[in-house]
Design a protein around this ligand. Structure first.
Ligand SMILES: [Zn+2]
Length: 301
């Protein structure tokens, strides 16, 4: 698959990149978003970072292809409405590993079309794995009838950095949206890949989520960061300013303290964080903040 010729012509700037960079020759980039076909778009953040989006999917997924000198990592594998692997193959021929931000179905869409699937070495992921075959729990996979059987190529130790060759990524466990949520941090290039932990819109901590864990995780991310990083979320707008993370931390503190008023939202409550972000959760989760903290600690996160 390639670019439709009319769109191909419209691209103004062509960069011929050596095959040794791992980016296919004749791949055409410009500073804006380009359609790959009629489903996926590609945005090149820099010469080693690609945002593959699905603007026609109702959750508007963003998956991230992150290149180093030696290898590549794909963070999330899309909605599965279309196969993402062809898009990735058009962008790099470096050895590729995929890593999901968490095991909700909208992040595992094309995962079985990739060979090397890594998982964060979290107790919840180990618990759902038998004989190196990972099966997401029903709670995490409640919107699809069939759970995929995912062979685990590599368990990613949270204390280890992922070395892609002159580019390293840290995995940060960020429970809150789900128990297994992780963020990826490229500190050198000031990029924080936030998965579903932070995006523009309604953040969710309902089934399997936890408000107090969300707060602890936001504090952890703030401690790890310098305050000028770019946030790269898994849904909707693909780039957000760091200040949204600070707002989230303050907003959650206020929610837990009972200072922010929530409005009924289906079976939950919705709380404002800032003009871009709201937070949806169920009241009992807030009331059981202590219990959540115990769970959080018992997971060793
Ligand atoms: Zn999601």
């Amino acid at each position: 698959m390639g670019f439709p010729s009319s769109r191909y012509k419209r691209v103004k700037r062509m960069i011929r990149i050596m095959q040794s960079d791992g980016i296919r020759k004749n791949y055409t980039v410009n500073s804006s978003v380009t359609w790959f076909d009629d489903w996926f778009t590609i945005e090149q953040l820099d010469y080693r970072t690609f945002i593959i989006s699905e603007p026609r999917f109702f959750l508007q997924n963003n998956s991230y292809l992150i290149l180093g000198e030696l290898s590549a990592l794909l963070f999330d594998t899309g909605s599965g409405k279309r196969d993402l692997s062809g898009v990735v193959a058009s962008l790099t021929d470096k050895p590729l590993m995929v890593l999901p931000s968490h095991a909700h179905s909208d992040h595992l869409g094309s995962i079985l079309n990739f060979k090397r699937i890594a998982l964060a070495d979290l107790p919840i992921n180990r618990k759902n794995t038998e004989g190196n075959i990972f099966k997401p729990s029903y709670l995490m996979y409640c919107d699809l009838p069939k759970r995929p059987k995912i062979p685990v190529y590599k368990w990613m130790d949270l204390n280890e950095t992922i070395d892609l060759g002159n580019r390293s990524l840290e995995i940060i466990a960020t429970p809150g949206h789900s128990l297994d949520s992780i963020c990826l941090f490229d500190k050198q290039n000031k990029m924080l890949f936030t998965g579903d932990f932070l995006y523009e819109g309604n953040l969710i901590a309902t089934l399997g989520g936890s408000v107090s864990s969300y707060l602890s995780s936001s504090q952890k991310l703030i401690e790890e960061s310098q305050g000028d990083e770019l946030l790269l979320p898994a849904h909707y707008t693909s780039q957000l300013e760091w200040d949204n993370l600070a707002d989230l931390q303050q907003g959650l503190t206020s929610i837990i303290a009972g200072k922010t008023k929530g409005n009924r939202y289906t079976f939950s409550y919705k709380y404002p964080i800032n003009d871009k972000i709201s937070f949806i959760t169920t009241m009992p989760k807030i009331k059981s903040a202590k219990k959540d903290k115990q769970l959080f600690l018992s997971q060793g996160l």
